[in-house]
Design a protein around this ligand. Sequence first.
Ligand code: GLU
Length: 308
Amino acid sequence: MPSTDMVHTTPYRGRFAPSPTGPLHFGSLVAALGSWLMARLADGEWWVRIEDLDPPREVAGAADAQLRTLTGFGLVPDGPVVRQSERHALYRAALDHLLASGQAFPCRCSRSDLAATNGIHRACCRSNTARAEAAIRLRVTDGSVVTFEDFLHGFVTQDVAADVGDVVLLRADGFWAYQLAVVVDDAEQGITHIVRGADLLDSTPRQILLQRALSLPTPTYAHLPLIVDAHGAKLSKSMAALPVDGDDPLPALRLAWRALGQHPGMLDSPGSVDRVLARAMIEFAPGLIPRKPIAFAALHNGSAVQDA
Ligand code: GLU
């Protein structure tokens, strides 16, 4: 059973933060719906932020298409939609602060330099002046063990120094790292509750460490079940049926409802998407959200929870 009193905390401001790497897919819809329902249950706000800081991975027009799809699903943000690509000054200010306080440092280690330590950086192995571009990393001191209580997963502990190492904040190619931007934005936007996919559970301890380094508050977290294929692997983009259709939202909305462990059938009566969402708001029971991955194919028929 979930143990954090996540839904009765006020004020509550949640968010959905898609990366515009393609059309909105089913896994993202589950995160969008789950974060929206949690916010509604708490009588809180639900914001949307476009995480467009990685141009090589972005698809032109995808952000607008995702926003249109969300509108088709009746998931309308309660605050301004911000785009990370317009917020460089915020990330720069945070980075400058960390550099000035000695909590961040330039690093010219290459990927192959770190191969022997599985990519985990604990100390610079060389000062490679031939490599012009430096990444900037957060200095993670030995013994940096972070524990937080996730609404669904309970207490989660990670030794960030041993398991992650010094966290990249600015990439050597000049792009901001997701870890820095997400921490800065969640704080700047006053986000109190983060509901997102379990693929990011592993990133949360390093984000909390970064919040501490920047003297920022730590939000409450809930990591929703991942949607997986029949073999238990995260759905790949190539799989059919992944993009969801904002022009015909009800079938995918009902499936997303089931993926959140909610009683099938509750949303079956016909009606507009707004009526269906209104019903979902009344019926939503966060205690039913599963912790285990959800098999996409099984959502259509019997039990959806993956035993693996
Ligand atoms: N932009 C990330 C993604 O699409 C989500 C980040 C987050 O929710 O913290 O996977």
